[in-house]
Ligand binder design. Structure first.
Ligand code: TTP
Ligand code: MG
Length: 408
């Protein structure tokens, strides 16, 4: 191991999390290609087991397409409660290693291990001990870990040797280690930023590190400075212990059942407005959106998706919800319409820099609306097209801090 470590940060991320849980619980699925997602063929794959990935299938791919590529795959519907239960167990394991644990989603977290050499030995031994403890506590799930002196490098490192991997990157070798990687590995560089970088001839992290920082700022906005720093493996952010909300939802039980898509959309629109407002107030971004419909026969149907980039704008939540609505194959009528933002992450991270370039104007507008609503009450600002709706009888907004997410 080189030199002294200024900080030791571990990033741990479970391998094919939902699929691995299914394989853990059902031995018949072990060693086989497994897709977790809706059986109907409509909707998308939530994740694929590593046995399925060589066929080119993965998260967010339409299920029908995944089954074309890998027809022998076994499709398993998701069991969110079970994933949530194991997630809690995994986070507890991390907390046995350090009081400073920052969960990023159900299956990944940063663990601050600076100063813990005394208890756990050098970084390599720490990483291995964490992997072993997760494996033991879950009865056989594997995590991949990255150990580095910064959050950013630790995160890239955990993905580097998946599955069941461990990558240790000392501070003094971090910049050289990142150098040949694609700019897609820069944290916060979404598809739009990546395309801009490519247009500037910036293909690798080394290209960004060697670029003129003023030019980067000029072409990419404030984010340019951030990318320049990351490309030099500089990232001052500390691991932050905070409670992470898993989901934020808004369900509406309706006074009369609805069938028409336009009416359902009106309810989704209002829920999206409320949830967006709550997200912005709490400084969270939603990584995904879930729509819930309860039929007049009390059958509960849900569809969910992961967003290309986390958001806190109501309009993006709404757009995702409308897209999800297409995936329900039930004609109705429905007595409840629910919308939830899931996979919440705390906002201050510069993870979501594309917000700076794409969404700033929309956010400004929505933040202004928030202020009006706060001053004059929530009913004050309504979209004109929603004014006719009179079907709501009960309306709840809930913020499930570390509670169970709604299940199917
Ligand atoms: P990830 O950690 O991104 O993926 P993974 O654990 O399945 O696989 P990897 O080994 O590459 O880490 O996400 C964790 C879980 O979150 C995943 O098992 C399913 C869920 N998820 C979705 O529901 N939709 C998505 O688009 C993604 C990416 C994940
Ligand atoms: Mg994972």
């Amino acid at each position: 191991m080189l030199g002294r470590w200024p900080n030791i940060i571990v990033h741990a991320d479970m391998d094919a999390f939902y699929a691995s849980v299914e394989q853990l619980d059902n031995p018949l699925l072990r060693g086989k290609p497994v897709l977790v997602g809706p059986r109907s063929g409509r909707g998308v794959v939530l994740t694929a087991s590593y046995e399925a990935r060589p066929f080119g299938v993965g998260s967010a791919m339409p299920m029908a397409k995944a089954l074309e590529l890998c027809p022998q795959a076994l499709v398993v519907p998701p069991r969110f409660e079970r994933y949530s239960e194991l997630s809690a167990r995994i986070m507890d394991v991390f907390r046995n290693f350090s009081p400073r644990v920052e969960p990023l989603s159900l299956d990944e977290a940063f663990i601050e291990m600076s100063g813990a050499e005394h208890f756990f030995g050098p970084p390599q031994a720490m990483g291995q001990a964490i992997k072993d403890a997760v494996y033991d506590a879950t009865g056989g799930l594997t995590a991949s870990v990255g150990v580095a002196a910064t959050k950013y490098v630790a995160k890239v490192a955990s993905a580097y040797a998946k599955p069941d991997g461990m990558t240790i990157v000392a501070a003094e070798e971090a910049a050289a280690w990142l150098a040949p990687m694609s700019v897609a590995r820069l944290w916060g560089a979404g598809p739009i930023t990546q395309a801009r970088m490519k247009a500037l001839g910036l293909n690798t992290i080394a290209d960004v590190a060697n670029a003129d920082p003023e030019m980067l700022i000029d072409k990419l906005g404030h984010a340019g400075r951030h990318f320049y720093e990351l490309a030099h493996a500089r990232d001052p952010r500390r691991v932050q212990t905070r409670r992470v909300a898993r989901s934020m939802g808004s369900d509406r039980t309706l006074r009369k059942d609805v069938i028409a898509k336009s009416e359902i959309c009106q309810h989704l629109r209002r829920s999206a407005d409320r949830i967006g407002r709550r997200l912005r107030r709490k400084s969270f971004l939603a990584g995904g959106v879930r729509v819930k419909l309860k039929t007049s026969k009390f059958e509960l149907l849900t569809r969910q998706c992961t967003l290309a980039e986390p958001t806190d704008t109501s309009s993006e939540l709404y757009d995702a919800a409308v897209t999800l609505l297409e995936r329900f194959d039930h004609p109705g009528p429905f007595r409840l319409v629910g919308l939830a933002a899931h996979s919440l992450v705390s906002e201050p991270e510069p993870t979501q820099l594309s917000l700076l370039d794409v969404d700033e104007r929309r956010r400004q507008l929505e933040t202004a609306l928030d202020e009006l609503a706060q001053k004059y009450g929530e009913g004050i600002v309504r979209r004109a097209r929603d004014l006719g709706s009179a079907t709501i009888s009960d309306f709840t907004v809930n913020l499930d801090l570390l509670s169970e997410p709604e299940s199917d």
